[in-house]
Design a protein. Structure first.
Length: 149
């Protein structure tokens, strides 16, 4: 088996072994993939984030082929396939994401996500109110410009 990760441990945290560890690099060899292109494989940031959340003993148990399969599965949810994919950082403090495209989730998954991420939260309602006010102000400004005061 190839070396899967270079691991650095810092301060204690609840990881099961008393250390907080992160993945610094990953080496996946062609023999583990059964392909000559495997040496060029670089793990995605999403895979590294998933591995960082796992206890060290679980991270070390993956083979390179398993890691490659997980990386491909994570890529299947890649949001770049949306028709509209707008991501903006607001003043370096927050971000705004607008995604639109064909709905591929089934009804059960939509219901689950609706429960997990409700629309009627104070932050969401404040943003919707702000967007409504801005939309009305823009509409009024266009009307004044088009038809006069």
């Amino acid at each position: 088996m190839r070396i899967l990760a270079a691991v650095r441990c810092d301060t204690p945290e609840d990881t099961g072994d008393g250390t907080r560890c992160w993945i610094g690099a990953m080496s996946l060899g062609a023999t583990d993939f059964g392909s000559e292109q495997a040496d060029a494989h670089k793990p995605s940031p999403a895979l590294l984030r998933v591995l960082q959340r796992m206890p060290l003993h679980l991270r070390a148990s993956f083979t390179a082929a398993q890691l490659a399969a997980v990386d491909r599965a994570l890529d299947a949810n890649n949001p770049t396939r949306h028709v509209i994919n707008l991501r903006v950082t607001l003043f370096g403090l927050a971000y705004l994401v607008v995604l639109a495209g064909h709905e591929r989730r089934d009804q059960a998954r939509r219901a689950l996500e609706r429960d997990k991420h409700p629309i009627a939260t104070p932050g969401n309602l404040a943003v919707l109110a702000l967007l409504t006010v801005l939309g009305l102000a823009a509409g009024y400004a266009l009307r004044v410009l088009a038809f006069g005061g």
